[in-house]
Write a protein that binds this ligand. Structure first.
Ligand code: NAP
Length: 511
């Protein structure tokens, strides 16, 4: 395969006002619906398709190809065939493809945002935020591409030399969830491109459209055939299983739930695959008595309601000092009451639908369970009638540790509040979970913040902020929240192997 530098086609700017059924139909008509294998869009090998629906109406948006296990293997074959030439591509060329893709996604931000809102439900303003966040991984890793380096060192005995070099891991399989349809893809694809790895992407069946549009953008940005292959499917296990046990695959990166991640880890053991696992969370959001309560309520709104609560980083348990719990709860209830629930494309929408009925039913089940255990409903707690899977912004108080919601991800707009008396109690409660993705803490006491940064069992901590995601920072969890980091300086290492070359003393003293 010959690799040529990318040619970036001019991108038409998106019209400023982009809402309405006509705009939606016009955008959907431009979205590729096939599988992308070996640089070509194609139908599934058995001609199968499945529907992608709008969670705010239940209506079908598009019908896309439904990959079979044979299609999955064809995608791996294409990735494997392209690996050698792609690894040999100059870093600057890879960097410029990423940069071109960053520019193209940014120029088409309105299209990506609308598409994401249509397939996933979040309000347009939030989708725009995800497009910017997702695009930033392209820019960040375009800048990292040329900085992959090794080292040359004198051994401690002063004789032999040590040469350490970095090499792409090889073909990767990416499995991504529905809650961030673009960013969870770019967070893996960008560092893989930067490192010189080829890949197969299996996006979530509920939301494959953003990934398909992004694939088209990468193609237009000059990504060579075979480097990225995309196989959306309704048979996730059957399509990805054979890839994971195939010796041509060298890395599995998964973002999704902990139970599925655990099983994938077991399968990955057979080939001793490199793995990255971005799994579930159960984030504690801790408010101390010395906190700036305005900032804490702002932070709680972000940490709880960003993405409608459908985020691994969502505040799952609000632990509030008993002396400020009443005031904090009253302010949070007022803010959440004013949060407008409507279709994400409508002006003023602050909370869209949940992604499907199963997700909504699980949210309600956890609310009912908490009530049965003694929690009080300060706000919400009900379905919003009408088409779509809407749920009221909900605040629960006096939630006992025995309630399932304190242990399980609620993945919806529900804020369970519980209180604590001392810092030590807060730390014990915060760590009382199998998860360890992120925690948030609000305090004016710097020493306390630094103490908790060491005591909390998490991969990430927000201090006086309700948001930690940043492409320049290492994102990931400890305990059963996962293995590995995405983004930051660490993100590219997940796609690189380290090779060491021992070199005899060039002066011959050792011989
Ligand atoms: P999920 O059910 O685990 O699905 C995630 C992905 O795995 C989807 O593409 C899904 O495909 C696929 N999948 C499901 N079963 C599979 C199997 N047996 N073999 C191979 N692939 C399989 O999770 P989700 O409900 O989509 O996403 C929500 C979860 O993701 C939450 O737990 C959340 O905390 C977590 N998450 C974590 C992070 C992080 O960075 N730590 C970020 C975002 C989300 P289909 O959908 O097509 O079935």
């Amino acid at each position: 395969m010959t690799i040529t530098p990318p040619v970036v086609p001019p991108v038409a700017p998106s019209p400023a006002a982009r809402t309405g059924a006509d705009v939606e139909r016009a955008l959907l008509a431009t979205i590729p619906t096939g599988l992308f294998i070996g640089g070509e869009w194609r139908d599934a090998s058995d001609g199968g398709t499945f529907d992608v629906c709008d969670p705010s109406t239940g209506e079908v948006l598009l019908r896309v190809a439904d990959a079979t296990p044979e299609d999955g293997m064809a995608a791996l074959a294409a990735a494997s065939a392209a690996q050698k030439a792609w690894a040999a591509t100059p870093p600057r060329v890879r960097a410029e493809i990423l940069r071109a893709a960053f520019e193209a996604v940014t120029a088409r931000a309105d299209d990506f945002a609308l598409l994401m809102t249509l397939e996933m439900g979040k309000p347009l303003a939030e989708s725009r935020g995800e497009v910017a966040y997702g695009a930033e991984f392209l820019r960040w890793f375009s800048e990292e591409t040329a900085r992959i380096s090794g080292r040359f060192a004198l051994a401690p005995d002063g004789r032999s030399r040590l040469l350490v070099t970095k090499h792409p891991v090889g073909p990767c399989l990416f499995i991504t969830p529905w809650n961030f349809p673009l960013a969870m893809a770019t967070r893996k694809i960008a560092p893989a491109i930067a490192a010189g790895c080829t890949m197969v992407l299996k996006p979530a069946a509920l939301t494959p459209l953003s990934a398909l549009l992004f694939t088209q953008v990468l193609l237009e940005s000059g990504l060579p055939a075979g480097v990225l292959n995309v196989v959306q499917t309704t048979s996730a296990g059957a399509v990805t299983g054979p890839l994971i046990t195939d010796p041509r695959l060298r890395k599995l990166s998964f973002t999704g739930s902990t139970p599925v991640g655990r099983n994938l880890l077991k399968s990955a053991a057979d080939q001793v695959l490199r793995v990255s696992m971005e799994l579930g969370g159960n984030a504690p959001f801790i408010v101390f008595d010395d906190a700036d309560l305005d900032a804490a309520v702002d932070g709680a709104m972000l940490a709880k309601l960003r993405n409608g609560g459908e985020a691994c980083t969502a505040a799952n348990r609000l632990l509030v000092h008993e002396s400020v719990a009443g005031e904090f709860t009253a302010r949070l209830v007022e803010r959440m009451r004013a949060h407008t629930v409507r279709r994400g494309t409508e002006p003023g929408s602050l909370l869209g639908p949940l992604v499907d009925e199963a997700t909504r039913a699980k949210v309600h089940e956890l609310v009912l369970d908490a009530q049965a255990e003694g929690a009080l409903v300060a706000l919400g707690g009900r379905y919003v009638e009408g088409p779509g899977y809407f749920y009221e912004p909900t605040v629960l108080t006096d939630v006992p540790a025995s309630a399932r919601i304190m242990r399980e991800e609620v993945f919806g707009p529900v804020a369970p509040i519980t209180t604590f008396g001392t810092e030590a109690e807060a730390v014990v409660a915060a760590n009382d979970t199998e998860y360890g993705l992120v925690a948030y803490l609000f305090t004016r006491d710097l020493n306390r913040a630094l103490r908790l940064a060491e005591e909390l069992e998490v991969g990430m901590l927000g201090v006086n902020t309700g948001i930690v995601s940043n492409p320049a920072a290492p994102f990931g969890g400890v305990k059963q929240s996962g293995v590995g980091r995405e983004g930051g300086l660490e993100g590219i290492e997940e796609y690189l192997e380290t090779r060491y070359v021992g070199i005899a003393d060039p002066f011959g003293v050792a011989r």
